[in-house]
Design a binder for this molecule. Sequence first.
Ligand code: SF4
Length: 220
Amino acid sequence: MSLDGATAPVYEAIRRKASFAKVIRNLGRLVDARDEAGSALEVRGVMVLMRSNLDELPALLRLLHAHRVTELLVQRLSSDLGQPDLPARYIPIRQYVDAAELAPADLAHAATVFAEARALAGELGISLHLPRLAQPAAPPAAAPRCRWPWDQLYVTAAGELLPCCMVATADRATFGNVFDDPDGLVERWHGDAAQSFRQRLADDEPPQVCRSCALYHGTF
Ligand code: SF4
């Protein structure tokens, strides 16, 4: 359940045209239906952390606890979209990310909020996963820093096999279209574009799209 805020003004400023009241009502219905059915379905909260919602993290834990949700995964924005050949239609998104992402000056306050959130999560019995606030001093010695293009499929509705969901659209990076021939999925998965992308990701010169990715830098 994606919840990027604990109050309507903050949530609805991020998720434009959404209704916080409706989302919370539906969360309640989902959890009620689960419990009435005696189901073991696990419901997890996911929050994209930004400057505008950082201070709502403790309140979000309380809100989830009140709705019998026992896990919260907090993520940073996935990319600063810093690649030089960024398609023009991403420029407004990059500007939004630049304004929304935690700045270096926010990190000390974020650390304080994280400490409060960890303590509260312990009290409430919520499993809380927080992102790193700073890049690791040294990257892992063993490349690659991201396993996604080896381990998971991401295919768009138009049939484009992308390296991962962070890429979002095929004009940033693609392994090709799986609808191009009957064995398209297998062909694209093992094709030159995929192998070349993986090879560069495993080396010290990753593809441009990875260079500004939070997963690559270990801060996702
Ligand atoms: S490092 Fe590259 S392949 Fe991995 S998630 Fe980021 S953009 Fe995708």
